[in-house]
Design a protein around this ligand. Structure first.
Ligand SMILES: Cc1ncc(COP(=O)(O)O)c(C=O)c1O
Length: 431
């Protein structure tokens, strides 16, 4: 189980470096100022900014297509076509078929709904494996099945580098395991898990594998066929789209499990898993966000992008290279700050095992105070547990304000990283 989930950026294949000026020009909100400082959005793990084309798509939906579905008039027909387009776009992002994707208000709500549906077929004594590294949205929905007598086992981490304890994982997956719920990447400390191998372990034990790719989706190409995962969740608002959630499920499983639904709603996939009227304007924005990424990919590799999926792969390769260059600069600078404790992988030789998201603490300075200090200087970071509660408890920091989280995406710059480092040096010197 040694293969990192995310390969180093492809330097071959004629992918040119990311043009960060072009990227930033697409995102109007990046122009904001705070107390005379340009806003530096280092808060992406909590949600990314959106490009102008997403704003335009949402507005255009309201202006030209706003209606409910399946009506006998033009705006409703346009709504049906728009939903089909969003499913097709998401299918390109995941590498699946359009009827294997269902949407909803956010990943948490959808995961509770899916878990309830799966739970109907579980028996007392059946086991589910969750992890200490995961966001609670990939823990609580499975723990809710304990009410039915399901036993939940939690895999531990190695505290020194915040990676999953693979021996513990192997021990906890047994013939009683029915599902393994694992994160692709940690939203708190950036660790990328070896998901393909974990899926294989689950399948060898006869269990299903559910992958939370919410934190991974802005950083790396997702291929559900290659992973062979049974379910995979993500949230478009973490990858430059509107506030929504979305789940991929293998067709035969979405047909086998029974969603809780109202009787007149369609029995067909994927509609049967989508409860009530969807956020149509958000779906219009999802397609636009994926088109934005594809346009970025075509810009970075004009000759190798004959399909939208190929264009997306090029975009991710260019974004990954840019982000990890910035992350290397940031981590190098962070670990030099007197009194700073770094949580997670800091060895550059192992950066393939991490996303550009880091968790730190400064001596004698609560994460909230650090976030406020930075926020006053226009540098947006996050403090607390960001719902990765198992992790902050395990690291012993929950009672003391959690961690300060800094998350980079492809629209961030070296100048922003340097501003962050200078501000943290100033803060450390004053404590
Ligand atoms: C790794 C991870 N999983 C799940 C979630 C929950 O996603 P949502 O807000 O769409 O419910 C988040 C949100 O921060 C997350 O970072």
């Amino acid at each position: 189980m040694g293969t990192p989930a995310l390969r180093e950026p492809a330097r071959h294949g004629n992918i040119s470096p990311l043009d960060v000026n072009w990227v930033r020009a697409q995102f109007p909100s990046l122009k904001q100022m705070v107390n005379g400082h340009p806003a530096a959005f280092l808060d992406a793990p909590a949600g990314t900014q959106v490009p102008q084309c997403v704003i335009d798509a949402v507005r255009d939906y309201f202006e030209n297509s706003n209606a409910n579905t399946c009506g006998a008039f033009p705006t409703s027909r346009r709504t049906d076509a728009m939903i089909a387009a969003a499913r097709a776009a998401m299918a390109d992002l995941f590498n699946c078929d359009a009827d294997e994707v269902f949407f909803g208000p956010n990943m948490t709500t959808l995961t509770f709904a899916l878990a309830r549906g799966i739970g109907r077929d579980l028996q007392p004594g059946d086991e589910i494996v969750v992890t200490t590294l995961d966001h609670d949205a990939n823990v609580a929905p499975w723990r809710a099945l304990e009410e039915r007598g399901v036993v939940v086992r939690q895999v531990d981490i190695h505290e020194e580098d915040c990676t999953l304890d693979r021996e513990d994982l192997r021990r906890k997956i047994t013939s009683r395991t029915r599902l393994v719920a694992v994160g692709y990447a940690s939203n708190a400390v950036g660790t990328i898990n070896p998901v393909a191998e974990i899926v294989k372990l689950a399948h060898e034990a006869g269990a299903l594998a559910f992958v939370d790719a919410v934190h991974y989706a802005p950083h790396g190409t997702i291929d559900v066929r290659a992973l062979d995962c049974d379910f995979l969740a993500c949230s478009p608002y973490k990858f430059f789209g509107p506030h929504m959630g979305c789940i991929y499920g293998k067709r035969e499983l979405l047909l086998r499990f029974r969603p809780y639904k109202v009787r007149p709603a369609p029995e067909t996939l994927p509609d049967c898993w989508e409860t009530g009227t969807q956020i149509h304007e958000g779906l219009a924005g999802v397609t636009a966000a994926i088109e934005y990424l594809a346009a970025l990919g075509r810009k970075c590799a004009p000759s190798a992008t004959n399909t939208r999926r190929a264009a997306l792969a090029s975009a991710y390769a260019a974004m990954r290279e840019h982000e990890m260059n910035l992350a290397a600069r940031m981590i190098r600078g962070l670990i030099e700050i007197p009194g700073l404790r770094f949580y997670g992988i800091s060895d550059p030789a192992r950066f393939a095992e991490r996303a550009p998201t880091v968790g730190v603490r400064l001596a004698n300075c609560k994460p909230l105070d650090a976030a406020k200090f930075l926020g006053d200087r226009g540098i947006f970071t996050w403090d607390g547990n960001y719902y990765a509660l198992n992790l902050t408890e395990r690291l012993g920091v929950e009672k003391d304000g959690g961690l300060l989280r800094i998350g980079l995406v492809h629209y961030n710059t070296a100048e922003e990283v340097d501003r962050l480092l200078a501000a943290l040096h100033e803060l450390a010197a004053s404590h």
